[in-house]
Design a protein around this ligand. Structure first.
Ligand code: CO8
Length: 373
């Protein structure tokens, strides 16, 4: 069976940063405006006043300190609270494709590959900018890649599920070199006016090159020893935005239909699932969790990652075993574990074992066990 490697990764990081202090100041200005607007109803007891957000809560509950975003003025404007993007003509590169092309080029350069050597492009993300033509086909075209491309979405597990599709395509001979990209424009599908979740997400794009070991020339390669995917239906993280919304005649005053979650339930239910999933996956490959040199975990919540690791290795571990990127990037949906892998793998030695693992909506869990060559 063909041995398959990850030979390069890339990361597009938007230039704008929103700190927790900026975010909370804007949210609290929105709260003051709303409470003023509805002062009579609040005084009459027919409406609950909105409650301010706080930096202390955000940092304690999540570990997030800031987030990168593609556009910040619109998000921070208390009379708007979502990014301001210029609509582009059909003959211009779309925004999602633009950030994917940037990350994709970096990954190809790291792998020492030309775009025309790529014969499969996978665009795998929690939301697509449009239904069709597939984002992956536009990215394939913009890069000058060959073969074919398609889109896929498994929310926060889109990247690990994408890596498995790439690995299988190379193993079966469907493709020789796959570029898998995760453009996550979370700022456009976050309800910034919801105190429970306004702090959670940030924008980025990650890219991964997967190819047969016998074609790989990169100095550092990561052999994929195995992949394991699992899903279990849950309503605790949902995005009801979709093409049928305009036919449903819903209440125009109702909350934005995009991201919402029962954060506590997700935390409690997903932690044991993720730990058991990783342990079982390692077991099928003949390894124990203690033998893993590094875990590049999904980046949703600091406490969540600490608990997953505690269940796995029965002790507290630090950044050297499970690096965190959450404080800088926030939750970047499917890109989080790939950012951790991109930024924190250079110090590992040949033979070292690592696990890339995502968990999120669906529920979905994906793990990729790799060994440095
Ligand atoms: N400021 C101050 N106080 C607040 C705030 C705030 N902003 N928000 C809530 N509070 C208050 C609450 O009102 C509550 O008060 P009380 O105790 O008086 O009722 C108290 O703080 C505690 O609230 P919570 O129970 O909600 O707080 P938690 O400690 O549970 O922390 C978290 C909330 C951080 C959300 C936490 O539950 C968490 O991280 N859970 C895991 C979430 C997770 O992993 N989700 C996966 C998400 S992503 C995914 O899979 C797909 C996403 C696709 C992309 C979408 C892009 C937009």
């Amino acid at each position: 069976m063909t041995s398959v490697v990850i030979s390069g990764t890339g990361l597009f990081r938007p230039q704008h940063i929103i700190t927790n202090a900026e975010l909370v100041a804007s949210y609290n200005a929105y709260v003051a405006l709303q409470n003023e607007r509805h002062a009579e109803a609040i005084a009459a007891g027919t409406r609950e006043p909105l409650v301010p957000s706080s930096v202390e809560f955000i940092e304690k509950a999540s570990g997030i300190k800031q987030r990168h975003v593609l556009e910040k003025d619109g998000v921070l404007d208390p009379t708007r609270m979502f990014p301001r993007f210029q609509e582009r003509a059909d003959d211009q590169l779309s925004l999602m494709a633009e950030i994917a092309v940037d990350a994709g080029r970096q990954a190809l350069a790291a792998a020492g590959k030309r775009a025309d050597e790529v014969d499969m492009v996978l665009c795998s993300a929690a939301n697509m900018q449009r239904a069709y033509p597939a984002m992956a086909v536009e990215i394939q075209h913009a890069l000058g890649a060959g073969g074919f491309g398609f889109d896929m979405n498994v929310a926060c597990s889109s990247a690990t599920f994408g890596i498995e599709q790439a690995v299988n395509a190379v193993k079966t001979g469907t493709a020789r070199c796959v570029l898998m990209v995760n453009p996550e424009i979370t700022s456009a599908h976050l309800e910034w006016r919801d105190r429970d979740c306004h702090f959670i997400f940030g924008d980025v794009c990650t890219a991964v090159v997967v190819e047969a070991a016998d074609t790989a020339t990169a100095a550092a390669q990561w052999e994929v020893l195995g992949t394991k995917l699992a899903t279990k239906f849950s309503n605790n993280i949902r995005n009801n935005f979709g093409f049928m919304n305009s036919c449903e005649d819903s209440d125009p005053e109702a909350r934005d239909k995009k991201f919402r979650q029962e954060g506590r339930k997700v935390f409690k239910e997903v932690v044991p699932m993720a730990a058991a999933h990783i342990e079982a996956h390692l077991g099928t490959l003949g390894f124990t969790p203690q033998q893993v040199r590094r875990y590049w975990l999904h980046q949703a919540n600091l406490g969540m990652n600490q608990l997953v690791l505690k269940k796995l290795v029965d002790r507290e571990v630090g950044d050297d075993i499970a690096p965190l990127i959450l404080h800088e990037y926030a939750n970047t949906a499917s890109a989080g574990s790939v950012i951790a892998f991109h930024e924190h793998r250079g110090d590992l030695a040949a033979g070292d074992l690592g696990v890339i693992c995502s968990f999120g909506a669906g529920y979905s869990i994906g793990s990729v066990v790799v060994r440095r060559r």
